[in-house]
Design a protein around this ligand. Sequence first.
Ligand code: DON
Length: 302
Amino acid sequence: MDYEGILAQIAQEIAAQTDRGTPADYIPQLACVDPAHFGMAVALADGRVFTTGEADTRFSIQSVSKVFTLSLALGRFGDRLWSRVGREPSGLPFNSILQLEHEQGIPRNPFINAGALVVTDAILAGHAPREVLGELLRFIRACAEDEDIHIDDAVARSETRHGDRNLALAHFMAAHGNLHHVPALTCGTYFHQCAIEMTPRQLAMAGRFLVGASGFPSQISTGSVRRINALMLTCGHYDGSGDFAYRVGLPGKSGVGGGILVIAPGRASIAVWSPGLNAQGNSALGTLAVERFAQKTGWSVF
Ligand code: DON
């Protein structure tokens, strides 16, 4: 397959788009990112990596970090994690508080903000935030085989200053006994995990542990690989998860920084970055780019 040609065609199509979506504005540090950016990287099971556009420019991975914290939490707690967070799509925006009231403070899934806060709260057990963030960075760096991956403190500070919504979710869950640390501590750790910055190339490399192909690094069990992919497919794009599955046909996890990590099981890990978001807070042109990539390669889990 001519991956280079396919990526070049996609980059051309993306460059021609005039409606690029809107960068997240509720985290001021992200609001000033130029929506013209575009980068994409594909890490194949045979070790080859293909890229197009700004594949070596760093962006804020935001909610894509939830895939890595979930992996750590499943490794540490296994199925016990599911007593604190569900595995169902929410059908509501990523930062919604609605279901928590009816569902005893148990978030629907680990990828909406409330669920990710519970996951971070779980891995904080017995550890200081600095240790948890260190473990998370070590895990991501090992997956990516790249030590040059860090937290952007300006983004973490920016989100902390505007973190009322996540603090509200955390307080609400604390009221139901589903948060084991003070909300500011769990949220502070979560804001820093979301502020990790990576390039599309680094993210595609890091995602290889979810591909489940021999020869790829496999930091987690085969069972966890399957389960995390299932959650990415059903919940990875919030209330846009059905649309993403319909259009792309592969598991993916988005972030409000405009990044998406997409897994083609047994084949490749794909990362795309375009900062303009659609109405659901997912990268508008990033989705289009991976939709085209899936069409052109014929890759699908269906
Ligand atoms: O908690 C937040 O709102 C952000 N740190 C992350 C949200 C996010 O990335 C949603 N994804 N599309």
